[in-house]
Design a protein around this ligand. Sequence first.
Ligand code: ZN
Length: 503
Amino acid sequence: MLSTKLDELRTRLEEIYDLKGITCLLEWDMEVLMPPKGAEARGRQMSTLAAIAHRRATDPALGTLLDELSDDDSLLPDDKLMVAEAQHDFRRATCLPEAFVREQTEAHSNGYSTWTEARRANDFAAFKPALERNVELARRAADYFGYEQSPYDALLDHYERGMTAARLRALFGPLATSLKDLVARIASSPSKPDVSWLDGTTWNLPAQEKFSHRVLKDMGYDFDAGRLDVAPHPFCTNFDLADVRITSRYFEDMPFSSLQSAMHEGGHALYEQGFDPDYRGTPISDAPSLGIHECNSRMWENMIGRSLPFWRHYIGVFREHFPGQADAITADQAYAAVNQVAPSLIRVEADECTYNLHVIIRFEIECDLIEGRLAVGDLPDAWNAKYKEYLGIDVPNDANGCMQDVHWSAGLLGYFPTYTLGNLYAAQIFEKILADMPDLWANVESGKLLGLREWLREHIHLVGRRKMAPEIVETITGKAPDSAAFLRYLETKFGALYSLNGK
Ligand code: ZN
């Protein structure tokens, strides 16, 4: 009798999962293959599907079934967890009234198109009403979700369960101070990596793609359960555990940028390909947070792809892909080229040392907006003042200032901190990986990357949502998430690259 109820739950969850997979397939096609005239119909198809998926996810019969199953103590521990997590998703999906969801969807899509135009015209005043609306809706959503201390906590919870604004302030405050100090020491260092060999060079695009393909294969990305395609923005999407796709983009004058994108998205994809197949389509086979997802992508992109041992092996592979053109380039030159540090205006182009300052600025502004200390009209001034304070940069215009990111236009508030959390989790976990696998660097140096994938599979991928992100970090490292390991990592790496003395 009970197993029948559990079967019914699995059927319902897998249906919702399939509908999500089909939506992802439509989105992937829209970015990769769709002809321009298909856009209108595609928008319609996706909202039709979204409505069907929402109806299934909020079906009162699903709620009743979950209530019944949650009272049953005879369930196996994993099944009990599956029920609890499905119940969490059900509550989250049903606590917003339908009229409010419609209002939100409309405001976000209007916000996105308004932002696209306003950014092109560098006209913040044109974007302001749409952003005001999104902030107001985010506050109302927080009220519906409920929170203890700050309405920001309710928004954050959607992306990083269990994290709070207060906890982030305690993490990010000291981190910002240390990063500012490190960036200042790098800026005043007379020793700068020489990257002049890159000036005026061009790099064949199909060869770049083949090089990325080769590294992804070495990482253990399963091309029989995925594809690498070209899209304007790199992303990873999941139609099913057995079909996880990634996209990258290629620039003729930047030989390494496409590889970094591919390794980043590849890190996300290995996670998605590595979920527990026994719980396919259920919340158990899913990531508990965006931060822990980003931990995987950044570990591959930065800690491996921007390491010297990696380049000691892959410079040879790189030369094979660009015959005659890269013969004189050394591993040290490539390593220096992918690790240049300089404060800059644009987050997505920032290096490992300055990147998190961009994120911390956005976190502080989001808190001020949501907690009512900052009016949207004052956003450009607040933004520019923080860029001066944290990065020493004068922001020339709003298009490249407070309007540079898409997130706020689409109502994504509380999302940015997950990028920095991913960096912190990655560094903290990587110290433990090195302790567990003393030969990791020797293996990387001979092009053997699979060991890392296996470790991550066992300790993170297969865990899925059986644990939340802070719990995963704590189980692995014995400590709650903090920034100490990340700062140690930066000091060691960039201290050597920029010959920094002192602390
Ligand atoms: Zn990512």
